[in-house]
Design a protein around this ligand. Structure first.
Ligand code: MRU
Length: 362
């Protein structure tokens, strides 16, 4: 894996740069973040997205706030405002709150705020790279076993949304085992759910699989069940924005339906996650995980590259007056999850399984 391709990095003048994921796959455009407000907006409008990357961007948002506070000789209220604004940028991914809490703790113990914020945010980024690599190390044997069972035939993997490197820093969570399997010469093919309405599947997952030379096919969100009924899916693997102590999993809207179909067809349903996505304070995902609701126009309009001249355009796909609801996430109950793949190993989606791997949460 080349570390030249990352989703967030520092510029020579020590500001932060990210890829504008709203412009992929047709345009690769970098955006410079020079203030916490830039970071807040980038999270809100989904310039950056995906639980680990949201956390990393928030951490660097705090670094940018500290820098501005010092440069403009502002008082501590400015930093408090930055924490508050970033906390409110998106509600579901727990990595956001985890990263902000970690930055706060580090700053509370520090005498050199700028240095501390810079170092801590950097650590969050570097740790995510290694964590995702390890998710791949532990997920690889699952793909290998299927490949062996199929006598080397192609392993068909279905995924929803983008839990790839674009949602993280490098490697990704669900893509790490896939990339490592591919590197080992195991034949894999990925069914990529389009993932309406923001199309993270068609815009992002398909983009990064193409970059890595992984065979894949794009499918509309309703296709998975049919493929599963016809033996065309060997495993499902998805990411998560928040996983509870009981193993309930919040992920992009539509994940639950894939888990139901997988259960009905006896297909293993895996969730790949860094432990930074665990929310061990809560148990019942359905009752306790806040589900983001976004602007209705994300549903009412479809965006893409115009066939006639290649320009990016938005088109209305319903009557002018039709209202829409746009829930960002749903919760898959633990009973539908075959196992969690983490940086410390694979475990059952329940308290015992999680705390065996992460005894610090017992
Ligand atoms: O709305 P998004 O694009 O931020 O949602 C992302 C997902 O649902 C991912 O599956 C999840 O954040 C895991 S990213 C490793």
């Amino acid at each position: 894996m080349s570390n030249k391709f990352r989703t967030i990095w520092l510029t020579e003048d020590k500001y932060v740069e990210v890829i504008d994921q709203r412009r992929l796959p047709h345009n690769v455009v970098n955006v410079k973040l020079t203030s916490y407000k830039d970071a807040e907006l980038a999270i809100k409008n989904m310039t950056v997205r995906g639980a680990p990357l949201i956390g990393a961007t928030a951490a660097y948002g705090i670094y940018l706030a500290v820098r501005e506070m010092i440069e403009k000789q502002l008082d501590g209220n400015f930093l408090d405002e930055a924490f508050e604004a970033l906390r409110n940028s998106r509600p579901t991914a727990i990595n956001l709150f985890w990263a902000l809490d970690r930055m706060k703790k580090a700053l509370d113990l520090s005498e050199d705020f700028l240095q501390t914020a810079w170092i801590e945010a950097g650590k969050i980024v570097e740790e995510d790279v290694e964590t995702c690599r390890m998710i791949g190390v532990h997920g690889l044997p699952i793909i290998e076993a299927i490949s062996k069972r199929k006598k080397g035939e192609v392993v068909n993997i279905l995924t929803h949304c983008n839990a790839g490197m674009l949602g993280c820093i490098e490697w990704g969570t669900i893509t790490s085992p896939i990339y490592q399997a591919h590197q080992k010469g195991i034949k894999v093919h990925v069914w990529v759910d389009e993932t309406r309405p923001r199309n993270q599947g068609s815009n992002l997952t398909a983009y990064e699989l193409t970059r890595h030379g992984i065979d894949h096919s794009l499918i509309v969100d309703n296709t998975g069940g049919h493929l599963m009924q016809h033996g065309m899916v060997d495993m499902v693997i998805v990411g998560t924005d928040r996983t509870t102590r009981n193993g309930d999993v919040a992920n992009k809207i539509g994940t639950y339906l894939k888990a139901l179909a997988a259960k009905d067809n006896n297909i293993p349903f895996y969730v790949a996650l860094p432990s930074t996505t665990l929310d061990m304070r809560i148990r019942d995902g359905l009752k306790e995980i806040p589900i983001e609701e976004r602007d209705q126009d994300e549903v009412r309009y479809f965006e893409g590259k115009r066939f006639s001249d290649g320009e990016i355009d938005r088109v209305l796909i319903c009557p002018e007056t039709t209202k829409a609801r746009n829930y960002g996430f749903d919760v898959t109950p633990a009973r539908l999850v075959t196992a969690l793949i983490t940086e410390r190993g694979v475990c059952e989606a329940n308290e015992e399984g999680i705390t065996n791997l992460f005894p610090e949460y017992k």
